[in-house]
Design a protein around this ligand. Structure first.
Ligand code: THU
Length: 126
């Protein structure tokens, strides 16, 4: 099982596959499922900008499409070293599959772990 620092390293490896010719903002994500599986993802942009997929959703959709519906923790990293706070759409997807999960980000070189409820206090549920 990877520790938080190792998971963040996986997120940083993942941004090397980022396809971001429009924004040039390369993002990577790495997550662990409740049964210990690792999935990574990167942002994948499109000439029709709205078709872009964020790194977090790439990783989450990879996990869910392989049968994993419970995610424990996801690390997110931006190649330029800025803090990659997940966008609202990714937070809503996290609300579906990792309501009690943790989100790891780097702030000024320091690893910070957030509860999803801190970043999305009122997620939408049906
Ligand atoms: N992006 C992510 O992949 N994750 C985030 O947390 C924030 C934004 C991507 C989407 C787009 O390819 C680029 O960053 C600029 O918005």
């Amino acid at each position: 099982m990877l520790n938080y620092e190792e998971l963040m390293s996986k997120a940083k490896e993942a941004y090397n596959n980022s396809y971001a010719p429009y924004s040039k903002f390369c993002v990577g994500a790495a997550l662990i499922t409740d049964d210990g599986s690792l999935y990574t993802g990167c942002n994948i942009e499109n000439a029709s900008y709205g078709a872009t997929n964020c790194a977090e959703r790439t990783a989450i959709f990879k996990a869910v499409s392989e049968g994993h519906r419970k995610i424990s923790v996801i690390a997110v990293a931006a190649k330029d070293g800025s803090t990659a706070y997940p966008c609202g759409m990714c937070l809503q997807v996290m609300n579906e599959f990792m309501k009690d999960g943790r989100i790891l980000l780097e702030e000024k070189g320091q690893l910070i772990s957030y509860a999803l409820s801190e970043l999305l206090p009122h997620g939408f549920d049906l």
